[in-house]
Ligand binder design. Structure first.
Ligand code: MN
Length: 128
């Protein structure tokens, strides 16, 4: 099991925050700022977990999740996907799960929650 995390996020502040938080725990972060680049990164990099913003400038996170799950790259059928969104609208969680995400988190990002959710899938290289 590797420790490569792909974060698909168009907000640079969130990207910086999460990059620091994950690198502190020893994860390696791959960055994508559009949905299409994110799908491409998932297909071409060795990715162990995906953090997925829902509001993206091109295709939305739900569509990213559907394309990742439908990929011909076999490992993407089961790579963990954690959806992260600012939309607190009722039904968003169900929508993320039905698109193929495993877990749903709301913004603002809580780093302790993020660590815990990632560690539920892949242990932190530098944990404690
Ligand atoms: Mn966004």
């Amino acid at each position: 099991m590797g420790n490569n995390v792909l974060y698909i996020e168009d907000n640079p502040d969130n990207m910086t925050l999460v990059k620091r938080a994950l690198e502190a725990r020893g994860y390696t972060l791959f960055e994508a700022i559009t949905g299409l680049d994110g799908v491409s990164a998932a297909e071409h990099e060795n990715v162990d977990l995906i953090l997925l913003d829902i509001n993206l400038p091109d295709i939305d996170g739900y569509e990213v999740a559907r394309r990742v799950r439908a990929s011909e790259k076999h490992s993407l059928a089961y790579v963990p996907i954690i959806a992260i969104t600012a939309n607190a609208l009722k039904g968003d969680a169900e929508k993320a799960l039905s698109a193929g995400c495993d877990v749903y988190m709301s913004k603002p990002i809580n780093i302790r929650e993020l660590w815990a959710r990632i560690e539920a899938f892949i242990p932190a290289p530098n944990s404690r």
